[in-house]
Write a protein that binds this ligand. Sequence first.
Ligand code: TYD
Length: 427
Amino acid sequence: MFDYVLFDLDGTLTRSGDGIKKSAAHAIAHLGYPPLTDEQLDTFVGPPLLESFMAMCGMDEHTALQAVEVYRERFGRVGWRENAVYAGIAPLLKALRAAGKFVALATAKPEVLARRIVEHFGLAPYLSAVVGISMTEHHADKAAIIQKALPAGADRRRAVMVGDRKFDVLGAREAGVTALAVGYGYGSREELEACAPDLFAPDVASLFPLLGVARPRGAFITFEGTDGCGKSTQMALAGDWLEARGWEVVRTREPGGCQLSERIRALVLADARDENARGMTAECEALLFAASRAQHVHDVILPALEAGKIVLCDRFLDSSIVYQGFGRELGEDFIRQINAPARKACPDLTLLYEIDEREALGRATREGRPDRIEAEQDAYFARVRRAYEALAAAQPQRVRALDAAGSIEDVFSRTRRAVADFLTTKE
Ligand code: TYD
């Protein structure tokens, strides 16, 4: 269908309105013009700035040029980062590249800024070309940008321009390529209907069939480590990082993660002094973890993976192997057997946070009363720790051991590197 797919940036790949609107409002105030409403500022997202300043504030061309300079100063300093990639864009670009399509950015933004944005948000590896205007240009001709973004000799009938504004649709028509308008950006329905695009996508999900690619299955990333290793904090940061880069993320945990499994969690992690939990056998404990997991995989993990999402899970089957199989000495085989239903969801990547066990336990117990499991003996924790090490050694392609010592930021730089490596290698 289409071999060449060109994307607009603002309002199509990124929800950049915040930085653009704040920078426009700053320029308007700086030049002493009356402030605009939020809706009026929306019109600045996408079209050339010079025209917007003239049309929306009644500036003459000379003043509007000054406004563009003031705008660019703020945008280049802070505005470019007041931005996030729309959910689902990262898997879309990845699928297009995997299908062998030429994918490029065709934006009315200065090219240097556009490059900085796509690099910062991890989209650069999916783009064959990034084309915008030079810092000295003020008039962006979208048709010319589209033509420049296409490789020499490209068949225009096999090219599509995806954008959220009239400017993109008209530019596509002039350049002789198919115009695909998206309804989730900054162009109003009236604006888009008036220019009659060839194709229309109300949301990111509908771009997959329109561009002829299937939505890839998601990815399953688990976070493991001894109690107090900081994996939950790292998982929260990794989720934010992935979302800002256009991935759809589901965050969950074990034991628990869905209604029924959270009730099992309350039972199995009962406080060390809780009468109801006293005398629970190791087998009963292992079966409760397995029961919680079977429901969780069915209710949460598999549906999210099928919908193409990245599932981040705080502990999974490895925890049972390590804590019940080795800690409680029930054996790995027994744990694998009782967890057969959970094997439908095998983690693609497991981040294992390694920390000295006494220090980790100190961190965990300082946060509150020890639960039943935290109150166990040193020997138990030593077995758990050794079992984690053995797991990392046995499955190096899946389990990535990370040093959990240092500040949250230090550890997150390791987490980020591991996740980024995984995303670039996974196909
Ligand atoms: P939690 O409060 O989630 O703490 P943490 O931050 O350490 O994850 O408690 C989970 C506890 O349950 C933890 O001590 C490990 C234990 N556990 C098992 O023993 N087996 C399992 O299969 C799972 C998922 C957890």
